[in-house]
Design a protein around this ligand. Structure first.
Ligand code: ZN
Length: 450
């Protein structure tokens, strides 16, 4: 038997098996049960979310020989189901529009659409990456969709529905495939691991799912790649396999850079050397740090919203525990790293460049009041949230009715939604000034207004 990738081997065979797209599966199942089949479907969504799998399931549901009408439970073993699964059914025509963009190809396709199916009950055209069709090809398709031939179903799949002609979109029944959520993805990967007799714990499955960012195919491919290491899969292997720096190391680094009193410079430098020796690319380190610092900012501002970040629970815990982060220092480190991301691509000695940058960042102490700093919108929100956290619990509700609208080394402005809150707040002017100065690590005069 020919080798099948995990993605092919564990492709769902019915809508009930479709991973993480319950709403779509349910609607299509009902439609098939009631034989209400549209002449054209549009499946939108990012890659690896089940569009092609759904197209094949639909093709089988309409053609399974075990039933004399469309069935939501295609048998998977009859001649028609087998041919469709293997991709060699004469009446199921899959076209990758990315490589067949010419109008001639679509004309051929339309001509073929006029003939009755030769083998199956229904003829199915699957147009993958439909947005890639040229304008003339699209209008040729449009004509067919305006008067769809009987016994023909078009399934258009696209990652970019906004690039399709609205007239095409309006002739299709549209389904938006969401990125797969963590839970169903972990469950699906666990099933595969079990079938393949792989030893892999929950945190490793979780990590694969997070790294795949909702793309099931990416997750399956990564798991398959990891299975080549041997039957036991660890989180270290996963990080190594994706060429990224483990988050644990990145948190250590963030601590060294932002809380020098907590971690030692030596540890940081030793870790960096080790990563270089393992062949880790400096650019991957910088990008990893930038991502983690973004998560750190979220953790500091919204400690109860771990779902907004992409890190594992134990990493999130460490990020929320990093108290007394100076947000100016954080902004400074991020800005330096962002610049480094560009410069690293141009230098002939990226390793040396990164070492120097990290040493510089450690050497520069937390900034005092710099000559002129204007905070961006994001920094203002973070700063304000941290300032609120510094206030006594009784006074916090009053200041929640306000926003930090401007902040520089010369002074800050806090604007209230209503004069009544402003009046109350003036009693606590010194407290808010103190709280803000503490967050910024330098004294700043505060002006309250509406
Ligand atoms: Zn069948």
């Amino acid at each position: 038997m020919t080798y099948q990738s995990f993605h092919q081997k564990y492709r769902p065979q019915t809508f009930a098996e479709l991973v993480g797209q319950n709403a779509i599966a349910q609607i299509l199942t009902h439609a098939i049960e009631q034989s209400r089949i549209a002449p054209a479907y549009l499946f939108c969504g990012s890659r690896g979310t089940g569009k092609t799998s759904s197209a094949r399931i639909l093709a089988k549901s309409l053609n399974c020989l075990q039933a004399d009408r469309p069935t939501p439970n295609p048998c998977g073993v009859c001649e028609a189901c087998q041919a469709i699964s293997q991709g060699n059914a004469l009446d199921v025509i899959e076209i990758d529009a990315a490589s067949n963009t010419g109008v001639e190809n679509v004309r051929n396709l339309i001509e073929r659409a006029q003939f009755a199916p030769v083998q199956l009950r229904m003829k199915i055209f699957v147009l993958d990456e439909a947005h890639m069709l040229s304008t003339s090809a699209t209008s040729a398709l449009l004509k067919t969709l305006e008067e769809p031939p009987e016994q023909v179903v078009f399934i258009l799949a696209t990652t970019e529905p906004h690039n399709l002609l609205p007239t095409i979109v309006s002739r299709c029944q549209r389904y938006d495939f969401r990125r797969i959520k963590l839970e169903p993805m972990v469950k699906h990967l666990a099933t595969i691991a079990n079938q393949e007799q792989l030893t892999i714990d929950d945190s490793a499955l979780n990590l694969i799912s997070r790294l795949s960012q909702g793309g099931l195919r990416d997750a399956e491919t990564l798991l398959e790649q990891l299975s080549l290491f041997g039957s036991t899969i660890t989180t270290e292997q996963i990080w190594e396999s994706v060429g990224a720096v483990p988050d644990e190391h990145l948190v250590d680094w963030a601590e060294s850079l932002l809380l020098p009193q907590v971690s030692s410079t030596e540890t940081l430098l030793v870790q960096m050397q080790q990563l270089f020796q393992q062949g880790q690319e400096p650019i991957a380190i910088v990008q990893g740090l930038l991502r983690l610092l973004k998560d750190l900012q979220i953790a500091q501002t919204l400690p109860h919203s771990p779902k907004l970040s992409s890190v594992m629970p134990e990493i999130w815990q460490r990020l929320t525990n990093m108290n007394s982060i100076n947000c100016i220092r954080l902004a400074e480190v991020r800005s330096q790293l962002r610049q480094a991301e560009f410069q690293l691509c141009q230098t002939s000695q990226p390793t040396l460049f990164l070492e120097c940058l990290i040493l510089d960042l450690i050497a520069i102490p937390a900034l005092g009041a710099p000559a002129q700093i204007n905070h961006s919108l994001l920094d203002l929100t973070t700063t304000w949230q941290q300032t609120l956290n510094q206030l006594s619990v009784n006074h916090r509700p009053i200041f929640r009715q306000a926003q930090l609208v401007q902040c520089s080394s010369k002074g800050a402005t806090i604007r209230f939604r209503a004069a009544s809150f402003l009046n109350l707040a003036t009693n606590y002017q010194s407290e808010i000034e103190q709280a803000l100065s503490q967050v910024l690590a330098y004294h700043v005069p505060v002006q309250l207004c509406t």
